[in-house]
Design a protein around this ligand. Structure first.
Ligand SMILES: Cc1cc2nc3c(=O)[nH]c(=O)nc-3n(C[C@H](O)[C@H](O)[C@H](O)COP(=O)(O)OP(=O)(O)OC[C@H]3O[C@@H](n4cnc5c(N)ncnc54)[C@H](O)[C@@H]3O)c2cc1C
Length: 406
């Protein structure tokens, strides 16, 4: 099944294709064609081009710096960028635009939208996500970061953990406990906190790979204005869930294209390493092909729902569960195809630790071994697989709720 777009949107598609041809470097073969050490510099320049052409947030209203495009035009932008292997933003835009910006559009007051949205688009504000704590991960309602009003300011004390890019950000959005007497879900508030102040301490967590992408963030008498509340005081749970819906669901339209491109690269790897005729490898490749096709249909369902104007809801859990579990299997297959070579990986390493390697990456062992490790985290961040299954069971299928602590 292939969806057919109306003729006027095909004209728009031609314009986007032309923009990509004009703006991407000559000989562009996807981000994977750029050496990993040069990717960051490329992304910074590319983000500026997208910002200037109002393509960073295509569907946002023009008054906030968005492109003012329709939902259908936005889908076309995402499709054409994905087909060209071109990024739709900079390294932090998953947090700046995908999560916080979209949530601000939904919950923000007019003043908050006018203040924050242009600044996070221009990258004056670089945001990170402060949800998880040592005793609150899957059970986010167990969080203990305290926020207490002191005149016109909130004063925050406590700790967050696993804060991705916390060492690069200058702002953090947190869910904090503002009422210790209310039920856990009711006593939480979503706050927008500047990090450039005394009392914030960011401690990097070193990963097995030696890199440090995420951090512990400690708060000692940290302050933010009284009106830096998104949603209302005590309504942080609802705001936090809206944001998680964006975190899990937005990729539904683009990921099938990326996973198909990744599978095509795996076929090249199998042929390259002389494993294409091995019947067991062929069987596993065919399994992957069928999974990616199903993902394409899931993606079309996400598109249908997006075009109908539905906000991301619990069905985002289906996409998240599906791609993250598939990705562990396909990368295990890649490592099996490499065999002993996987123990001494060489070549270009993935530039990001999220999702697939960059489109157009060479068939190097480092690409696949790096992605194999990345895929382990996919079933943990943005909610573990067990939590996605609970959401699907309870909120989509209507099954009885599992027992919860009182
Ligand atoms: C790469 C990466 C980046 C991250 N970035 C961020 C970030 O930027 N900001 C942020 O706030 N957090 C971030 N996280 C944290 C992430 O959100 C949490 O790790 C995740 O929510 C799981 O919480 P936990 O680690 O405390 O595990 P736990 O909640 O302690 O879970 C441990 C195990 O118990 C299972 N489990 C728990 N509850 C249930 C249940 N009710 N039913 C069945 N099984 C259950 C889980 O599935 C898991 O297998 C990141 C994590 C990773 C891996």
């Amino acid at each position: 099944m292939n969806p057919v777009f109306p003729p006027e949107s095909e004209a728009f598609r031609t314009r986007i294709k032309q923009f990509l041809t004009d703006s991407l470097p000559d000989g562009w073969a996807g981000l994977g064609g750029i050496p990993s050490d040069d990717v960051l510099a490329f992304l910074e320049g590319w983000r500026t081009i997208l910002f200037e052409h109002r393509l960073l947030a295509p569907q946002w209203p023009a008054e906030y710096g968005g492109g003012g495009l329709t939902a259908l035009e936005t889908v076309i932008v995402h499709q054409e960028f994905a087909k060209a292997g071109a990024p739709t933003g900079g390294p932090n835009d998953l947090f700046n635009i995908g999560m916080l910006g979209n949530t601000l559009l939904y919950w923000g007051t007019p003043e908050q939208k006018s203040h924050y949205l242009p600044r996070l688009l221009s990258n004056e504000h670089v945001w990170c996500q402060g949800y998880s704590e040592p005793n609150a991960g899957s059970d986010l309602a167990g969080l203990g970061l305290r926020a207490v009003l002191d005149g016109d300011e909130w004063v925050l004390n406590g700790q967050k953990i696993w804060t991705t890019y916390g060492h690069l950000a200058n702002h953090i959005f947190v869910v904090a406990r503002t009422d210790t007497n209310a039920r856990p879900h009711a006593g939480m508030t979503f706050l927008l906190v500047p990090m450039d102040q005394p009392g914030i301490e960011v401690r990097p967590i070193e990963m097995l790979s030696g890199d440090s992408e995420f951090n512990e963030v400690f708060f000692t008498d940290v302050r933010c204005p009284r009106d830096a509340v998104l949603g209302e005081v005590g309504n942080g749970w609802s705001v936090a869930m809206t944001l998680l819906g964006f975190e899990r669901g937005e990729a539904g339209a683009v990921l099938p294209v990326r996973f198909r491109e990744e599978l095509d690269r795996l076929l090249v790897l199998a042929a390259d390493r002389g494993r294409s005729d091995d019947p067991l490898i062929r069987q596993r490749l065919a399994w992957c092909y069928s999974k990616v096709e199903i993902m394409r249909y899931l993606g079309l369902r996400t598109l249908t729902s997006f075009l109908a104007g539905h906000e991301p809801g619990p069905d985002a859990a289906i996409t998240k569960l599906y791609w993250s579990e598939y990705h562990q299997v396909v990368t295990e297959l890649a490592v099996d195809i490499l065999g002993a070579e996987a123990m001494v990986p060489h070549g270009r390493w993935p530039s990001s630790s999220l999702s697939t390697d960059d489109p157009g990456s060479p068939p190097d062992s480092a690409s696949w071994v790096g992605t194999f490790f990345t895929a382990r985290a996919g079933t943990i961040y943005a909610g573990t697989s067990q939590i996605q299954r609970n959401i699907i069971g309870e909120r989509i299928l209507g099954l009885p709720k599992e027992p919860r602590p009182s």
